[in-house]
Write a protein that binds this ligand. Structure first.
Ligand code: GTP
Ligand code: MG
Length: 508
């Protein structure tokens, strides 16, 4: 997701590493990296020019603040390179925002959403995803099959509706789309539905017939929200289509789909700037829960390879219920004391899998953008198989897994013995690390990462847990995070020892 953009900003960041101040020359060089990636990502040329101009002006014009106080009054030092990235972040957020992702209610309090867009962009999928989203807010949703042009369209929506237990309204043969929508709106009023989602027909191109039909539906049901669905993979064409639609229909926002398959991300970045219509939701996969409310901050942060903790927490809240969240919180506390076994690891892995493809989850973890690009999706399955082949005793106390046990586990899970040994080794490192960063004094590493405390509470989801799971090749192992934690742990021990020695000295 968005690798092209991330690479460009990453290159700029590296280029500015170690510079003493931002100069015309080094800023120009950094911006040329950014420019190349923006163009490669298929961002509209005028948008690129404008964006670069603004970043340049601020990078050279603003006095670089190298000392910043955080909320607790601690002084943090920022390098010129970090200052440059902070400006990029700010300008990216401005480019994509502001956006109000709340769906509007009509006078009766009903949330009505009309979806439109070209053929195959994902309207019907989004209809089901939005219905699920609204159900989670406690609403009773009516899905409306207003695509009378494609024979299988109604069935498709009915199947999706059945999966999420949402009622689907379909017309009789020969009914027009506007008539079906009107009947559905009346039914919703009578039967107490407080949310209604209209799934309309797609066309190959924007033609008068389609515009007429959409306008007719609008006058009959007056949807409180009209959302254009765009396919992110269409890049600049998606932006052009959005522009054409917005000139002929009043749009409240966009849903950008198939972002999961989009390495470039040009549409995500430019569509608001070009059309003035903000993205409200993202589609990040075929499954019904792969929908995200759009946050420019989160997107900017991900583009810059800095992760998106808030997004991750939101994903987590999407997939777990209250009971699970509570349980996870207790688990996390125990895990952070270094008190956990393979069963806990398995549980955590399953939780992570529910959050979406590992690659996406990793991309949202601060500092793990690069790692995410190399994640092997099959890795979790292998680890799971190995853990399942362990006895209860072995799971509880993996230290006891000797050569003969490892060989048995390997045979049972169809893996190599070396992989089992490797898993046990990494598990041990992970446990030590957890104890180190959890820190009994509450001042552990986790508590210093914004939002991480809550995340840790939410699922015991620490990057380092995943990091250790890079597989035998170790491709996805971010050594720096582990090394950093070890360094902190050693430094802490040293300080403790030194203070002990001092006290001892005084006593003598
Ligand atoms: N990877 C991925 N696939 C998606 C996403 N959203 C939709 N799709 C897929 O895109 C294809 C088309 O989706 P539909 O929802 O049928 O699209 P539509 O706009 O309703 O199509 P028409 O009704 O024919 O105009 C399906 O195979 C979906 O599974 C997404 O966010 N990511
Ligand atoms: Mg459809």
């Amino acid at each position: 997701m968005l690798e092209t953009l991330t690479r460009g900003f990453g290159a700029a960041r590296e280029r500015l590493q170690g510079v003493r101040e931002l100069s015309d020359e080094n800023v120009s060089e950094a911006l040329s990296d950014v420019r190349a990636s923006l163009l490669e990502a298929d961002v509209d040329f005028a948008v690129v020019k404008d964006f670069l101009g603004r970043v340049r002006e601020r990078a050279l014009g603003e006095k670089v603040k190298t000392k910043i106080r955080d909320k607790s009054g601690r002084v943090l030092r920022a390098t010129p390179g970090q200052h440059f990235i902070a400006i990029c972040q700010d300008e990216l957020i401005k480019l994509m925002g502001p956006v109000d992702t709340k769906l509007t209610r009509d006078a009766r309090g009903t949330v009505s959403v009309m979806l439109l867009g070209l053929q195959g962009v994902g309207k019907t999928t989004v209809a089901a995803k939005l219905a699920r989203h609204l159900q989670r807010q406690g609403r009773k949703v009516l899905l409306v099959a207003a695509d009378v042009h494609r024979p299988a369209a109604v069935l498709q929506l009915q199947q999706l509706g059945a999966r999420i237990e949402a009622e689907v309204h379909a017309g009789a043969a020969g009914d027009s789309a506007p008539a079906i929508c009107q009947a559905a709106a009346e039914r919703a009023r009578k039967q107490g539905f407080d949310a209604i989602v209209y799934d309309t027909a797609g066309r190959l191109a924007i033609d008068d017939e389609l515009m007429q039909e959409l306008a007719e539906i609008r006058t009959r049901v007056a949807p409180a929200n009209t959302l254009l669905v765009c396919d992110s993979l269409m890049g600049r064409d998606a932006v052009n289509v959005a522009q054409a639609f917005s000139e002929r229909q009043k749009l409240d926002g966009l849903v950008l789909t198939k972002l999961d398959g989009d390495a470039r991300g040009g549409a995500a970045l430019a569509v608001k700037a070009v059309t003035g219509v903000p993205i409200k939701f993202l589609g990040t996969g075929e499954a019904i829960d792969r929908i995200e409310t759009f946050r420019p901050e989160g997107m900017a942060s991900r583009i810059l390879g800095m992760g998106d903790i808030v997004g991750l927490v939101e994903d987590f809240e999407q997939v777990v219920d209250e009971h699970e969240a509570e349980e996870a919180e207790q688990d996390a506390e125990r895990i952070l004391r270094g008190n956990f076994g393979m069963d806990d690891l398995l549980k955590q892995l399953r939780m992570i899998q529910r959050l979406g493809p590992l690659r996406d989850v990793m991309a949202k973890m601060p500092g793990f953008g690069k790692v995410a690009e190399h994640v092997d999706e099959g890795e979790l399955g292998k680890v799971e198989a190995m853990i399942q082949s362990m006895t209860r005793f072995e799971r509880r106390d993996p230290e006891r897994i000797d050569r003969s046990r490892a060989s048995r586990i390997a045979r049972g899970s169809g893996r190599q013995q070396s992989e089992v040994v490797d898993l046990v080794k990494r598990f041990r490192q992970m446990r030590d690390l957890m104890a180190a960063i959890g820190g009994s004094d509450g001042g552990g590493l986790l508590s210093r990462i914004p939002g991480m405390g809550r995340l840790a509470g939410a699922g015991g989801l620490d990057p380092s847990m995943l990091a250790g799971l890079g597989g035998p090749t170790g491709r996805a192992r971010p050594l720096s995070a582990t090394a950093e934690a070890r360094r902190r742990q050693q430094a802490k021990k040293k300080r403790k020892d030194a203070s002990k020695a001092r006290k001892k000295g005084r006593r003598r």
